[in-house]
Design a protein around this ligand. Sequence first.
Ligand SMILES: *[C@@H]1O[C@H](CO)[C@@H](O)[C@H](O)[C@H]1NC(C)=O
Ligand SMILES: CC(=O)N[C@H]1CO[C@H](CO)[C@@H](O)[C@@H]1O
Length: 418
Amino acid sequence: RPHCFSLLLCVFVVCLVWFFFFNWFFSFPSIFIYGHTSSGKTYVMQTLLNTLQLPHVFVNCVEYFTSRLLLEEILMQLQSCCSEREQTSHVHCDTFNDFVRLFKQAVVSRELEDQTLYIVLDRAEQLREMEANILPAFLRLQELTDRNVTVVLLSEIVWELFRPSIGCFEPFTLYFPDYSIGHLQKILSQNHPPEYSADFYAAYINILLGVFYMVCRDLKELQHLAALNFSKYCEPVVRGEANERDTRKLWKNIEPHLKKAMHTVYLREISSSQWESLQRDDGEPGQLKGLSAHTHVELPYYSKFLLIAAYLASYNPVRTDKRFFLKHHGKIRKTNFMKKHEKTSNHLLGPKPFPLDRLLAILYSIVDNRVAPTANIFSQITSLVTLQLLSMVGHNDQLDGPRYKCTVSLDFIRAIAR
Ligand SMILES: *[C@@H]1O[C@H](CO)[C@@H](O)[C@H](O)[C@H]1NC(C)=O
Ligand SMILES: CC(=O)N[C@H]1CO[C@H](CO)[C@@H](O)[C@@H]1O
């Protein structure tokens, strides 16, 4: 009996080993990688694929923004990556069915030689704007084509907001956390100008992060700021009024400039000359807003919803929340629902202050899926206040918590909502 049992166990173990090591399996069909902007998703993925020399196709979905453009681009890249042919010819592909057929022709299993072909779709949130079948089809591409292929989606939003409907294939999800302040310091310090010592530049980055880290953790934005302001930091050294180690003096010199620059964080595409002229006007925040025309404002995903929720809270009467934002509200008689004068006057009267929980209640109702009230949300509210898109009303130490007002215009909120 014991012999028999151990024999069975042995056979079982051998089978398992066989399964895992002599794989007759394909790789995992799809991987979903998400994280905020500039958390290194694209860079890491590209570096991995190139260093390990894995066969791959890399497409940015914002660049190829319709399904046809996207599918055709993938097929084009396949020609150069999976076959000896040097010449790439234009491929015509209208539907996903065509795509599957052409894909199977292009990728011959034999040529892959036990390798996985990776199809990386960068900025994959754009897929949500395309035909509804595209995303589920990509997730099951392996099954549809019967090739050793893995689709990697890089996204700035979580899978829960992505998932098209119940029953689609669940990809393996992977989270790229934001860089910590230490990481940012290291990365930013790397590109120090050759004329100055690394320590000097690191000290500058340290000051920069001290001012901006609370509002902005976007590496690209910070890089931009760092490059733009370094000459200002060096001024006292250039003029010979301080040496490189006079950290205090240098700090005193640069700090007011950085504080002013706060207003422009997130206003991408502002050129340094634009900024210079702005500084000359010595503009108040109001002017800054005018300049940006808010077309350049690039807010994080949830911040947009937060701002919309704040706008609704500022201009809708509290009474109407139940009706608008509760899924199963009772019947409300039409007649006394919205008083006639309210419709016109709310915008004339300007924004009204609202408490935090009302904001969150509206937020939860306008975001498709539930978001956990994480610290992240609160820090985003703080950022919105710093950017002067929201304003805090009353004192911090009030018993009933802070109240906020939304300070942006209807046009602006329309643009964000769009
Ligand atoms: C699929 O690719 C992996 C390498 O990524 C390889 O180990 C595996 O053997 C391949 N599967 C088949 C059936 O070719
Ligand atoms: C945001 C920004 O650019 N701020 C400063 C950076 O450097 C320029 C050029 O010296 C200054 O004009 C700004 O004060």
